[in-house]
Ligand binder design. Structure first.
Ligand code: FMN
Length: 150
């Protein structure tokens, strides 16, 4: 979850469909994060995460919501194969800091089924999220006025 679908573009001069492979960005992690979190413990299948895994924190998050494995491609094209060492080291460091002895211990501990606030995975949370966003926008606006002496 989820392989990225092919998304060709249109060349407006040639009027034809052209391949346009874009590398992923970290925010794409949210889709597999949400659905693996929801499905963990509810279906009898192992869950493999892909899309938007760029650093150790992404691997950690996916394991916490219940991924069995995480996969990556774009970041290796950008940073080279040695980036894997950085990711592995970052995950190990985090596990030591948080006193996890095994990946198995982490797996699914923040999934919806185990989460103390399961609603955070669902659509009902949109209103609350948007209200939070408005607060950020207003706070940003206030900061702008202060900066500009208004
Ligand atoms: C250069 C490149 C080639 C890819 N080739 C394939 C492919 O042949 N088959 C496939 O199912 N997915 C392919 N993918 C998609 C990846 O398997 C993966 O789903 C996607 O890149 C998302 O992960 P990422 O965020 O780590 O890039 C390719 C991705 C890239 C960037």
């Amino acid at each position: 979850m989820f392989n990225r679908f092919r998304q060709p573009d249109i060349d407006l001069d040639e009027l034809k469909i052209v391949p346009n492979l874009l590398l992923s960005s970290p925010h794409e992690l949210r889709l597999p994060l949400t659905w693996i979190g929801i499905l963990y413990g509810r279906i009898r299948a192992e869950l493999a995460a892909t899309s938007g895994v760029h650093g150790p924190e992404d691997v950690i998050k996916l394991l916490l919501v219940g991924a069995d494995v995480t996969m990556l491609c774009s970041t290796l094209l950008r940073n080279g194969i040695s980036h894997l060492r950085l990711i592995e080291g970052g995950v190990q460091e985090w596990m030591e800091e948080h006193e996890y002895e095994s990946v198995h211990e982490m797996q699914g501990s923040l999934s919806q089924i185990r989460c103390s606030d399961p609603e955070t995975f669902e659509r009902a949370q949109y209103t609350r999220a948007v209200k939070g966003l408005q607060h950020v926008v207003m706070t940003g606006g206030e900061a702008w006025r202060v900066l500009n002496g208004e």
